[in-house]
Design a protein around this ligand. Structure first.
Ligand code: HEC
Length: 218
């Protein structure tokens, strides 16, 4: 009994195991672990990065009214606004705010953007659907409301951004201003019916050209 086991085991097993097992068992595990670790790190970094976007918006909104935050509040507000613009507006109004000729009005140098701040806020809160003139050109398209999808802080950020981008030089607005504007009208009142109705709310003269005036009324 003890003789037969002593003859077979010491000679066969150590040789086989030392040759094959380290290669077959150990190699695949580190690669797999590394892949999982890399995926976790990448996911963690992405999560941090995407959460930091919300924090920037919150920080900006908080520090517009209070002032305990070290970050420049205007800068944080504008970078949040730029991201919101890219996500919600740029497909139509274009990244440079130029619009699309005969279809989408420009935001650059538009009195609805750089004039009284209630105009861009009311346009975003309720949408617009009717004839209007921007920089002398008539438009009669439709823009949906953002009042349901964007909160007061987000509307403040994106309106502040378009009032200051591309050479526009109007003052930013804060979330409490948007909240006041939101309280002025029913949230489901429907879109503004064009420049003429906006004039009654914002005081911005509609200045409809003869073309759009003909479209507006018989
Ligand atoms: C689906 C396309 C579309 C999207 C997206 C869109 N708009 Fe508009 N926007 C329009 C159209 C069309 C008009 C003109 C409506 C009309 O003629 O009655 C307009 C008008 C405006 C006006 C008033 C006219 C002017 O040029 O100054 C402002 C301000 C404005 N949009 C801002 C924004 C902002 C800010 C966003 C993003 C939060 C946005 N829009 C998203 C299509 C769009």
């Amino acid at each position: 009994m003890s003789q037969s086991s002593q003859h077979e085991e010491p000679q066969r097993n150590p040789l086989r195991e030392s040759r094959f097992e380290p290669y077959e068992v150990n190699r695949p595990i580190p690669v797999f672990v590394l892949a999982v670790a890399f995926a976790l790190v990448a996911w963690g970094a992405w999560t941090l990065w995407s959460n930091s976007g919300d924090n920037v918006a919150d920080t900006a909104a908080v520090s517009v009214t209070g002032d305990q935050v070290a970050v420049d509040p205007d800068e944080a507000l504008l970078s949040a606004g730029a991201a919101l613009f890219e996500a919600n507006c740029a497909t139509c109004h274009q990244m440079n705010g130029s619009g699309v000729s005969n279809a989408i009005p420009p935001l650059v140098d538009s009195r609805y953007v750089t004039g009284p701040a209630d105009a861009p806020v009311q346009i975003l809160l309720h949408g617009i659907d009717g004839p209007m003139a921007v920089r002398g050109n008539p438009y009669n398209g439709r823009m949906a409301t953002f009042g349901d999808t964007l909160g007061d802080h987000e509307i403040a950020a994106v309106v502040s951004y378009i009032r200051g981008a591309w050479g526009n030089a109007a003052e930013p607005v804060d979330a409490s201003f948007v909240a006041e504007q939101r309280a002025r009208f029913d949230s489901d009142r429907g879109p503004w019916s064009g420049g003429a109705e906006l004039e009654t709310v914002t005081g911005i003269p509609a200045r409809l050209t003869s073309t759009t005036a003909m479209e507006a009324s018989p």
